[in-house]
Design a protein around this ligand. Structure first.
Ligand code: ZN
Length: 345
């Protein structure tokens, strides 16, 4: 036996997990034993060419996927934003999806990947520096001033971060983000949430990537939320714009800043612009009116452009979509849905 190709083996495992299949399920479908599949995935055995192609067909990836080398991206700092009910298997599935996305992004962007313009700013353990202060620094790093961020996806893309919107709703995950050393960061963003929530999630992920080393403690979640709040709406600006607690005015403010009404109300309360009594009354009003579930005056979801434009350039230069999809370890329909279709929910 040749030296087993560990990169292909882990690619197989990652694709299987991303499809939500267990070893038993894939082995059964491919007519082999789970023991053999397990060995193949850990690089201790190889499949015949026919078997490799059968497995590729079952996983709905290009037929030659396991015949050649696939560049594997080094491990990354990974952060999830998920609901508490998300299952373990859902998490390994989105994680696999993220790893594949790194491969796909590298295969698409290659040498034309934009330079990363984000500075890491670890949150010091001094008990003084707040996540909000870090958020203000990142705003300054990115030249955002104190104005509303019209298109956060675009800001991230211009800073060298790839955003991919995906249907992750059934997995109860809002986002997963990977920040490899020296590679292109990728945020996979669930496309089912209202635009305002997607923006908050992206800002939350940016907070983790800026301040933290890896997925972690409950306090990290709060810190990333605090970062996101200040990043999206600088507190001083909100203070100067606050005109009381009347709903129509609050809705105008939240529209301008692109956050959810409930996030705005929470922010107003945190900043002492609203009494405890008003805050509770407001939340009751949101619940009884259904606005806590259906965002009032929701804006259009943001559309990532970076990959779409790059793919268009390759196609204009004569590369076929099939060739691009194959490089990204995808069949053409999935490639088109993921990178070219506009998701407008
Ligand atoms: Zn988080």
């Amino acid at each position: 036996m040749n030296a087993a190709d560990t990169s292909a083996a882990s690619l197989l495992e990652t694709l299987r997990l991303a499809r939500g299949l267990t070893q038993v399920e894939l082995a059964d479908a491919a007519g082999m034993s789970q023991a053999l599949l397990s060995k193949v995935e850990s690089g201790k055995a190889e499949l015949s060419r026919d078997r490799r192609e059968a497995v590729a067909a079952l996983l709905q990836v290009p037929i030659g996927t396991f015949n050649g080398d696939t560049a594997w991206v080094p491990s990354a700092r990974i952060f999830h934003r998920r609901q508490k009910s998300a299952s373990k298997s859902a998490l390994s599935r989105v994680r696999a999806e993220l790893e594949l996305s790194h491969v796909r992004v590298e295969s698409i962007l290659g040498d034309v990947a934009p330079a990363l313009r984000l500075k890491r700013r670890p949150l010091p353990d001094d008990g003084f520096t707040t996540p909000g202060e870090i958020a203000a620094l990142v705003r300054a790093d990115l030249g955002l001033g104190h104005e509303p961020i019209a298109d956060l996806t675009r800001v991230l893309e211009e800073a060298g971060v790839v955003v991919i919107r995906q249907p992750l709703e059934s997995l109860q995950v809002d986002a997963i983000a990977g920040w490899p050393d020296g590679g292109t960061p990728v945020i996979l963003l669930a496309d089912h949430a209202p635009a305002e929530r997607q923006r908050f999630t992206m800002a939350h992920e940016l907070g983790h990537a800026t301040m933290h080393d890896g997925d972690a403690a409950a306090e990290h979640e709060k810190q990333a939320d605090a970062f996101a709040s200040e990043f999206l709406v600088p507190g001083e600006r909100l203070r100067s714009e606050w005109k009381g607690n009347a709903l129509p005015e609050l809705i105008e403010v939240k529209k301008r800043w692109g956050i959810s009404l409930s996030a705005l109300i929470r922010r107003g309360w945190d900043l002492g612009l609203m009494t405890d009594y008003d805050y509770r009354a407001m939340n009751i009003q949101l619940t009884t009116s259904g606005m806590h579930r259906r965002e009032p005056d929701s804006r259009e979801p943001e559309q990532p452009q970076l990959l779409r434009k790059t793919i268009a350039q390759f196609m204009a230069a004569g590369t076929s979509i099939d060739a691009l999809a194959t490089r990204a370890i995808m069949l053409e329909p999935e490639f088109t849905t993921t990178f070219l279709d506009v998701h407008d929910e």
